[in-house]
Design a protein around this ligand. Sequence first.
Ligand SMILES: [Zn+2]
Length: 351
Amino acid sequence: MQKSIERIAGDSEGVSYEFPVFRFDGTDKAGSSAYLQAALHAGELPGVVAIDALMPMLEKAEAEGRIKGSIIVVPQANPIGRAQYHFGEHQGRFHLGTRTNFNRGFPLLAAPDVELLPDTTLGTADQRLKTRLLQLSIGHDIVLDLHCDDEGLAYLYVHARLWPAMADCAAAMGVDAVILWDEDTDGTFEGASITPYLNLPAEVARFDRRVATTVEYRGILDVDGALAGADAEGLYRLLVARGVILDQALSTPGSFTGIVAPLENIDMMPAPRAGAVLYDVKPGDRVAKGALLATIVHAPGEAGGRTQLFAPQAGIILTRRSRRIIRAGEDLLKLVGDSKSADARSGTLED
Ligand SMILES: [Zn+2]
């Protein structure tokens, strides 16, 4: 394994950012290769500690000559976001300089060719970071971008072209749900990882061996040693299932038994009023149409000071907010409905 340090120039003299990159060279040039990164949204740490638990497993496999395809690991992909604090609160989701979400604005290339990447020398630091991350990841058969939600189940976003071929990956990782999407107009990292292949002939795109996914490792507070160990084992099982690592002690993953739904089935439930949220449901709950989801206390102590929200359709609660203060129009939770949401939104993913 080799460690190298990437440097990203900042937006003013004397400022630059760095992050380590770990490379494992495979023994088989034809073997499937993998790229893993965590904390692109810099405050989302469940994936960071999962990678911390995974690294000794990779080093053991390397020492035993069992790594077939090359592996690149970037445990903390966003040093810019990691350094952003505003009045004591960490701000790892948006670049403060440009107000751009760190998981939007990646270039959507016409083909998986690093020569097509834009020159961001005169762009902003976050653009330079995005170009570099894409450059590191392009060409790998397996690209995993580890995130987390606010409070939630473990779930994956997957492009519809990769499903059900990726069911073995979802089973190997032991996630609860898979959300399928089909068009990225915003330039998420996942979108930038799969879009270049969509117009290639099938024998070149090789969707049977390709993996690109945004992994939502539950909630922001689920940074936990036991979960990290279990998630590391899930990542390892995926790498074995897809032939990146050889491990005859592991059996092939069974079939995926979790929830699979298209993005259009998600109801985001915007809050009708601002106030304090009293939830009646939590992630994992199955709800019937008309079930009480939450009550917003907007005029405490006054008659009519509470507003209730009900499920527009039957489904499963995927996520909810970790904070209990809400403004009107902000989303209260993600309900994965059994059918298309009347409020279906376009876009790749809601991460
Ligand atoms: Zn995220």
